[in-house]
Design a protein around this ligand. Structure first.
Ligand SMILES: Nc1ncnc2c1ncn2[C@@H]1O[C@H](COP(=O)(O)OP(=O)(O)OP(=O)(O)O)[C@@H](O)[C@H]1O
Ligand code: SF4
Ligand SMILES: [Mg+2]
Length: 314
């Protein structure tokens, strides 16, 4: 598969606090993350709250600058093509849409910025509204006149009209009713099939991740714990943290839930991450070595494409 995105040793350090005689502290929101995404591939980012999923997604989308490391797009487009390669879909479709603008204008905004004339903009807006299952009349209404699920479709239409090569979807379903979630999920799936767009899909819902993604990256305190194909990750998780995440979901972890796999304790402060393996304060397998040496992200035994950062990986 053709590589579209390469992240190389990305760090995002956020300065916190500071003031009179008080030094600023650096919070490592993302630390030493290297990943690739192929054309048409969906990479899911999973991990508990605060693990750095959104921060990494925003770096990819250019909404946040990394402190160190490089982001490389191997676009197949011409050098003079002004279309930005990445669009973002946020969790809350209401705050993401300007309430004073008609939906047609909202959707066509990326085209307006590129200097496309108003007639062509309306034509394209109606086209993408159709692609996300909304009628042409929707173009003349305002965001508050739509339900949450419809608003998320509008946000998806706005991303689509810009013809991105990649969409970063940050918890795009979690603000929606469960009954609507599967419709929007199917829409994202259809878009992937039809347009060959790559996704970075951020979600807490491992059921959804299993359904939609090709590969999964597991983050903990801003570090990669495991990167594997969706099948390998769910069938034969290598890292103790991945195993604990899966065991916590009854529908997925069924039959696999062992006492030692239940996550205990609180997530440590990201301002003072544990030494060695950052997971050692909660890991049932932790040994002295784990406190001293950071494990490298390396293939699990006998599984070349399943990477796991653990001294005692499965
Ligand atoms: N603007 C900011 N100022 C201070 N700290 C921040 C900021 N943005 C992120 N952080 C911190 O960086 C870390 C990673 O945050 P991030 O939002 O990327 O996590 P997340 O995995 O998306 O979490 P969630 O699942 O809750 O959305 C957290 O410790 C968070 O508190
Ligand atoms: S390196 Fe040690 S602490 Fe970290 S996950 Fe592996 S066994 Fe647990
Ligand atoms: Mg987030």
């Amino acid at each position: 598969m053709t590589e579209l995105l390469k992240l190389d040793h990305i760090n995002v350090d956020i300065p916190i606090g500071g003031g009179f005689l008080k030094p600023k502290v650096l919070l490592q929101a993302v630390h030493d993350v290297s990943l690739t995404v192929s054309k048409g591939e969906t990479l899911a980012l999973v991990g508990e709250s605060g693990s750095g999923k959104s921060t990494l997604g925003y770096v990819v989308a250019g909404l946040r600058k990394q402190t160190a490391g490089t982001v490389t797009f191997s676009s197949e487009r011409n050098a003079d093509d002004s279309r930005p390669p990445v669009q973002v879909i946020f969790q809350d479709p209401f705050s993401a849409l300007d309430p004073r603008m008609m939906v047609g204008e909202i959707i066509a905004e990326p085209l307006r910025l590129r200097g496309v004339d108003s007639e062509e903009r309306l034509k394209r807006a109606v086209e993408v509204l159709g692609q996300v299952g909304l009628s042409p009349e929707a173009a003349r209404r305002y965001p508050h006149q739509f339900s949450g699920g419809q608003r998320q479709r509008i946000a998806i239409a706005r991303a689509l009209i810009a013809e991105p090569e990649m969409i970063v979807a940050d918890e795009p379903l979690s603000a929606l009713d469960v009954s609507i979630q599967s419709q929007v999920l199917n829409l994202l799936d259809d878009i992937k099939q039809q347009h060959g767009i790559s996704y970075i899909f951020i979600s807490h819902d491992l059921g959804v991740v299993r359904h939609l993604s090709d590969r999964v990256a597991v983050l903990y305190l801003g570090r990669l714990m495991e990167v594997a194909s969706c099948d390998d990750l769910f069938n034969t998780p290598s890292h103790p943290y991945t195993q604990a995440l899966l065991a916590a979901v009854p529908r997925i972890g069924k039959g696999r839930r062992k006492k030692e796999q239940i996550l205990k304790g609180e997530i440590p402060s990201p301002l003072a991450p544990p030494s060695g393996c950052v997971f050692h304060t909660r890991c049932p397998r932790a040994q002295e070595l784990c406190r001293k040496e950071r494990p490298a992200l390396e293939p699990a035994p006998g599984r070349a494409t399943q990477l796991s950062a653990c001294h005692f990986k499965d």
